[in-house]
Ligand binder design. Structure first.
Ligand code: MG
Length: 303
């Protein structure tokens, strides 16, 4: 693929410096230089025009367009697209707990009308990962009073029964997202511009995961970092987190131990205490048994 455009004098100087070791001896008519970088041939002409040739020409071209400040148009376009998904009525879903050894997986979907956007903005809604548990405990009850939602909790016992070679984490997520999305769409019959899922798998793969589900929700827009771009997804992530925290506290009460979130070394320490107090089988009720933490917890224990 060939690509060419004009660059400023300043960019030309930068290019000369950048490619100085890769410039070919051969002189090309009207060219300042011709260089070969990996599989791309770059020719800078006296007119200021630069030509990129080769399989990855577009990659090199894009880099220099950005350096030259030409991609601002694309950035504006991206902003416009982002605004479209922000300023709309939407259903969005997000999950929590997939990185935590202890505790369930929670997936929620919310229906956020365009009129609800200022209300959510005022609460300071953003991705739940960027909010502390204290803030989540404060704002989630306010959200659920006004914003319709559906949630699904997968307990550790259910997770450990399901998780096997045919069931990886993404498949579990897909099935749960599909279920809450179908539920909210069919029970509330909301008027939406978009149904948005925070992308964890490519669209094709997602529908493959759920192909045996009895009901399938279609017309989904999959979006990386959706919790930053759409308030329904952001609200769903906060509600999921809220439910997760509540369920997590119940587990701590149940085992009388201050279980930590996440999957770090502290988790292993508390995991050992759980096994000492209640035996290895208890982990199957309160933790995601397939995580590497399990082998770390068990390997140092003497039975
Ligand atoms: Mg997410």
């Amino acid at each position: 693929m060939n690509k060419s455009f004009k660059v400023s004098k300043k960019t030309q100087e930068k290019m000369l410096k950048y490619y100085k070791d890769k410039i070919k001896d051969k002189k090309i008519p009207y060219a300042i230089f011709q260089a070969v970088d990996e599989d791309t041939t770059i020719t800078l002409y006296e007119s200021g025009k630069v030509l990129f040739q080769g399989k990855s020409a577009d990659v090199d071209a894009l880099m220099w367009q950005e350096i030259d400040g030409q991609s601002t148009v694309d950035k504006e376009k991206q902003k416009e697209v982002d605004r479209k998904y922000y300023n709309c009525s939407s259903v969005g879903s997000d999950e929590v707990g997939t990185g935590d050894y202890f505790g369930p997986i929670v997936v929620s979907a919310t229906y956020v009308k365009k009129e609800d956007i200022p209300f959510l903005e005022e609460l300071g809604i953003k991705d739940s990962k960027k909010l502390t548990d204290d803030i989540i405990l404060k704002i989630a009850p306010k959200i659920v009073k006004r914003i319709p939602y559906r949630s699904l909790i997968l307990t550790n016992t259910e997770y450990n029964q399901k998780y096997n070679t045919n069931f990886n984490m993404n498949k579990i997520k897909a099935i749960m997202h599909n279920k809450v999305l179908f539920q909210i769409m069919n029970e509330l019959k909301p008027t939406v511009d978009y149904i948005i899922v925070d992308e964890f798998a490519h669209e094709k793969r997602y529908y493959e995961y759920i192909k045996d589900c009895p009901t399938i929700q279609r017309n989904i827009t999959f979006m990386p970092k959706a919790e930053d771009k759409n308030l329904a997804v952001a609200a769903a992530s906060i509600i999921s987190r809220y439910i997760f925290i509540k369920e997590f506290d119940k587990l701590c009460d149940q085992v009388h131990l201050p279980l930590p979130k996440g999957a770090g070394p502290q988790v292993d320490e508390l995991g050992k205490e759980v096994v000492e107090k209640y035996g290895q089988e208890k982990l199957k009720e309160i933790a995601k048994y397939n995580f590497k933490n399990t082998s770390r917890i068990l390997e140092t224990m003497i039975f």
